[in-house]
Design a protein around this ligand. Structure first.
Ligand SMILES: NC(=O)c1ccc[n+]([C@@H]2O[C@H](COP(=O)([O-])OP(=O)(O)OC[C@H]3O[C@@H](n4cnc5c(N)ncnc54)[C@H](OP(=O)(O)O)[C@@H]3O)[C@@H](O)[C@H]2O)c1
Length: 223
């Protein structure tokens, strides 16, 4: 069993979710409120360690009316447990799970960072050899009561998740901007597929303008 997974992101018209320097301020006010509404309806919000290091996100519900108990569990996919102890994702606003890989478990558990985060109530889950086993992680999150999970990037984790057939829905905000740059971060990076025939197929289920932006919702056709 695994959670139902909704991937949400904001991209420029040319498919970039951040510039080559890591700047990622894309959504308009209305879209940010929409994102927080989705967060409020989910049991967990997951990001990759690249996003934590680049953006230091809070991953709480704070742009709409919400109670502390509306905050979903925050999950960082972080094989080498590099999540900085002072990152906002580990504050007391919500529960946090750091998902690491087995190769790094023993050494990490000897560190001050581990002790500090454990005292703060952060939970740890280890799977996979050198990289987090996403299927095992999904299974664990479901066992932890996370039935609906919001995936909020970044590009590398998005591709691993969709390639593994672990995303059910995609909600994308397309902003009327062009960032350009071969080295800018796209919605899905990773290695990509060699053949277009292998590309993951989607079904458009909804679309509408929102402020300056445009929202597209897709169902992922996993086989
Ligand atoms: N516009 C938006 O909506 C939006 C949303 C989110 C992020 N972003 C942007 O995206 C950028 C970050 O994206 P990113 O691609 O650099 O990082 P990322 O996808 O957030 O994190 C990738 C990292 O996750 C770890 N990981 C562990 N197991 C993995 C697995 N099985 N598959 C994939 N990754 C795994 C890897 O590091 P380890 O091997 O060390 O574990 C990997 O390098 C930032 O610039 C951020 O601003 C934009």
């Amino acid at each position: 069993m695994r959670p139902y997974v909704i991937l949400n992101a904001a991209m420029t018209l040319d498919g970039k979710i951040a510039t080559r320097t890591g700047s990622s301020n894309i959504s308009g006010k209305e879209d940010l409120e929409r994102v927080h509404q989705i967060r409020k309806g989910c049991d967990g919000i997951m990001v990759g360690i690249g996003t934590v290091i680049a953006d230091d996100p809070r991953l709480t519900v704070h742009k709409i009316d919400a109670r502390p108990e509306d905050n979903p569990v925050r999950i960082v996919v972080d094989s080498r447990c590099r999540t900085p102890v002072d990152s906002r994702i580990t504050n007391s606003d919500a529960k946090t799970i750091i998902a690491g890989a087995n190769e790094y478990k023993e050494e990490y558990m000897k560190t001050d960072a581990y002790e500090t985060l454990k005292k703060r109530g952060v939970k740890f889950f280890f799977s996979g050899a050198e990289r987090v086993d996403l299927k095992a992680l999904m299974n664990y999150l479901h066992e932890e009561g996370i039935e609906k999970l919001m995936l909020e990037g970044g590009a590398t984790l998005n591709f691993s998740m969709i390639k593994s057939g672990l995303i059910d829905e995609i909600s994308i905000c397309v902003a009327p901007m062009v960032a350009g740059g071969a080295n800018a971060t796209t919605f899905f990076d990773g290695d990509g597929f060699d053949e277009m025939d292998d590309a993951v197929k989607l079904e458009l289920i909804d679309y509408y303008p929102l402020g300056k932006d445009f929202i597209l919702n897709y169902r992922v056709l996993n086989d």
